[in-house]
Design a binder for this molecule. Structure first.
Ligand SMILES: [Zn+2]
Ligand SMILES: [Zn+2]
Length: 267
């Protein structure tokens, strides 16, 4: 089975399109790309219902959309029998776990992705960049510390682009993934294999082969995602993702339904 569990419900120019017609476009593109099932994971910070969680100007500026419209568009397609799942990409906000859980509780999610894009108001993948303020080694330490806390929060089903911190190509000479993989394995959360990194300055899949092999050794399940912000990117470079998964020893991928995961053979 081939599943793309990370995409943003947009039109052809990346404009917000939280409506049934846009879902249909993604489904069509998925079919053409040979993807069996897709899951939508719009950024949580777009939605006014979650407004109290967002602290960073980048998030607050975008917080202007109705979560019910998004949920209706995706859940409606699911009810029409289309191969779509309802998800959300949620920035982990440390110390606000209970509030995050309560705000998300009313909706019929299939799964939630946990992301770390910001640390203390500075960007991991955006401006102003954290790495410019505190340097590479400290950025990596802080990023994986935060990702470990996100894993342990119990809020998420899978961790998106788990080594996003490498996005610009800055990295320590060696990095020992033992501690973060232990945290992920102990928490029972999945990790995402994402092809988005291939389209970023680093030019690699997320996560690093050593990170993924350590996950495999610890029995951590995986999801797969393109992080498409336009329909035409659904399933992009999934042959590369399968190759990386195969090299790490993975034979199955996680399929979620109402926050219950099951393993299906990798297609
Ligand atoms: Zn992201
Ligand atoms: Zn995303």
């Amino acid at each position: 089975m081939i599943v793309d569990y990370h995409m943003h419900l947009r039109g052809e120019r990346q404009e917000i399109a939280h409506e049934a017609g846009a879902v249909d476009l993604f489904v069509e593109c998925a079919r053409k790309a040979g993807v069996d099932e897709i899951g939508f994971t719009e950024h949580g910070y777009y939605f006014t219902q979650l407004r109290t969680l967002w602290l960073v100007p980048y998030q607050v500026e975008r917080c202007a959309y109705d979560l019910d419209a998004y949920v209706d568009a995706v859940a409606g397609a699911r009810e029409r029998g289309l191969p779509v799942k309802l998800g959300l990409e949620v920035d982990y906000v440390p110390g606000r776990e209970d509030e995050t859980r309560a705000l998300l509780a009313p909706y019929p999610w299939d799964y939630l992705l946990g992301s770390v894009h910001w640390i203390d108001g500075l960007g991991v993948d955006g401006e102003p960049r954290l790495v410019d303020e505190i340097g590479v080694e400290e950025t990596w330490r802080r990023y994986f510390d935060m990702l470990g806390r996100a894993a342990r929060s119990g809020l998420f089903d899978s961790l998106s682009h788990p080594d996003l911190v490498k996005i610009f190509g800055d990295r320590p000479e060696r990095y020992d993934y033992t501690e973060i993989v232990d945290a992920i394995a102990d928490a029972g959360v999945a990790v995402e294999v994402s092809t988005a990194g291939l389209r970023k300055p680093v030019g690699e899949l997320y996560p690093h082969p050593e990170f993924l092999s350590a996950c495999r050794e610890r029995g951590v399940p995986v999801t797969t995602g393109s992080d498409a912000h336009v329909p035409s990117l659904v399933g992009r470079d999934f042959d590369r993702a399968r190759e990386l998964l195969g090299e790490a020893g993975y034979e199955t991928v996680t399929v979620f339904e109402r926050r219950q995961g099951r393993q299906e053979p990798l297609g």
